[in-house]
Design a protein around this ligand. Structure first.
Ligand code: GRF
Length: 203
């Protein structure tokens, strides 16, 4: 399968996915990296891996729908089968999401349905949670609301700050995101009627 990874920054999840394709763990290729920001380190990672990348920056005053149409045009031009959001810091319109229904994943740094949106690590600390983690989910029009495929938990230790927690969660992200993509490429995980199905079981 031809995978597009959408990023806005460092791209450490992109790196984990590139490595898993390279090693043959994922039966697919990162065919395109799209960033909405120029000069981010993720773009360097793409070029070092020999993967084509483009910057699709939003223009001043551009409507969300218009931007998303430009993204869709790039994805169809590159014959993309699967869209992988990896730190892509834009909300996607419902029509974009529908175009890749069941063919788009996101990773979110919380144990969904807890803490959708931003600042998840600080919010987990503020709530006094003793565990935290990350979730890979199918993307639906509801922000961070699609069905979860896989989560990883990490402990919260006394004295942790948000950076400590982010680092602990990140190392789990790099483990579970490639794993879900491997399953998808093997046709083991699908979204049907808004539910994630794995090996015939509702997750
Ligand atoms: C990750 O924490 C991811 O969960 C969140 O954005 C961050 C991206 O990190 N959605 P990176 O760019 O993959 O290093």
């Amino acid at each position: 399968i031809r995978i597009a990874v959408l990023i806005s920054g460092n791209g450490s999840n992109l790196q984990a996915i590139l490595d898993a394709c390279q090693s043959g763990d994922i039966n697919g290729d990162v065919a395109l990296v799209i960033s909405n920001k120029a000069d981010v380190y993720g773009l360097t990672r793409a070029s070092e891996a020999g993967v084509p990348s483009i910057v699709v920056a939003s223009e001043q005053g551009e409507a969300r729908e218009a931007y998303d149409q430009r993204l869709l045009a790039e994805l169809s031009q590159h014959n993309i089968d699967l869209v992988v959001l990896a730190g892509f810091m834009r909300i996607l319109s419902a029509s974009f999401v529908q175009a890749f229904e069941g063919k788009m994943f996101n990773i979110h740094p919380s144990l969904l349905p807890k803490y959708t949106g931003l600042n998840t690590h600080q919010r987990a600390l503020d709530a006094g949670d003793t565990e935290h983690g990350c979730s890979v989910h199918f993307v639906t029009p509801e922000l961070d609301g699609g069905p979860v495929v896989l989560q990883a938990k990490v402990p919260v230790f006394e004295g942790d700050d948000a950076d400590d927690l982010a680092e602990r969660v990140h190392s789990q992200e790099h483990r579970i995101y490639p794993l879900v993509l491997k399953w998808f490429a093997e046709d083991r995980v699908t979204m049907t009627d808004g539910q994630a199905i794995m090996d015939g079981q509702i997750l």
